[in-house]
Design a protein around this ligand. Structure first.
Ligand code: ADP
Ligand code: MG
Length: 265
């Protein structure tokens, strides 16, 4: 438990807040949502913005590893507020910072998940942020619904791969977000074609998913394809090593695409 039995604090990211809240969602897991979110957060912080990152994927948290936050790192407690650890300039909170050795979040259901996400938003002292990114879990289940209720004014970035199996689910996640009043501001296509130095094109996941999602979500308002991020070994190893590619290999094509995405927001 993060906070025992006390009533929740007021939400600092309500509609009157000056902080932009951007959810990164995808519907399908494994499309690179967390990798993109971590890199985007670091790229925004490198532009001089004050950036927070909430890891809302409670069952499948991965943000601490992607940002190189050492295991065992905990928020600093001051009375009943928590100061989030800062990694590569990003104030970050994740359930991974609250689990003891070997503890797992295996069987948590809706109410517990809701409380956890709510406390991330109310009991963690982020200070004045320009942007709060939220790495969403896959699917449109309990956490997505809770966040829809807690942050109805949030903006949404939808991540997909070029493959129809991912883009079909991504479209549904965008439509569900919209049902709770959130605004889809754009689509990010990840794992696109990689061109090797000898000119060989590696397009494992085909093409067209990002454009398909953008077009399907543009029926009532125009939703642009904001970025196409190629398959990138450096993006993957940057995540494995906890140094995002935007810092570890800034000239990598994926790093360039993510910086451009950060600049377009
Ligand atoms: P999600 O959060 O959507 O489940 P992850 O960010 O965990 O996805 O990414 C899934 C896997 O794919 C990770 O191993 C990550 O390193 C890898 N990955 C993500 N994007 C790329 C990319 N553009 N090129 C190569 N590997 C990638
Ligand atoms: Mg993830």
């Amino acid at each position: 438990k993060l906070r025992d039995g006390r009533p929740p604090r007021q939400m600092p990211f309500g509609p009157d807040s000056l902080t932009r809240v951007i959810l990164v969602s995808s519907g399908k897991g494994g499309v690179g949502k967390s990798t993109v979110t971590a890199n985007l957060a670091v790229a925004l912080a490198a532009q001089g913005l004050s950036v927070g990152l909430v890891d809302a994927d409670v069952h499948g948290f991965s943000i601490p590893g992607l940002l190189g936050i050492p295991a065992g790192t905990q928020p600093t407690r001051i009375d009943d507020l928590m100061l989030p650890p800062v990694a590569h300039g990003v104030k970050t909170i994740s359930i991974g910072m609250f689990l003891r050795d070997g503890e797992a979040v295996v069987a948590w259901r809706g109410p517990m998940l809701h409380r956890t996400v709510q406390q991330f938003l109310t009991d963690v002292f982020f200070g004045d942020l320009d942007i709060l990114l939220i790495d969403m879990p896959p699917g449109t289940g309990d956490i997505a619904i809770s966040i829809g209720q807690l942050l109805p004014h949030a903006e949404v970035l939808v991540v997909t791969t070029p493959q129809a199996a991912a883009s079909d689910v991504a479209i549904r996640s965008g439509l569900v977000a919209r049902q709770t009043g959130q605004r889809v501001i754009g689509v990010v296509e990840n794992m696109g074609a990689l061109t090797l130095p000898d000119g060989t094109v590696v397009d494992l996941f085909g093409s067209g998913g990002g454009a398909a999602v953008a077009s399907a979500l543009s029926e009532t308002q125009s939703v642009p394809l904001l970025a196409s991020i190629p398959l990138s070994p450096a993006l993957r190893t940057g995540g494995d090593e906890g140094v995002p590619v935007v810092l570890s290999a800034p000239d990598d094509a994926a790093a360039v695409a993510i910086r451009e995405l950060a600049g377009s927001l």
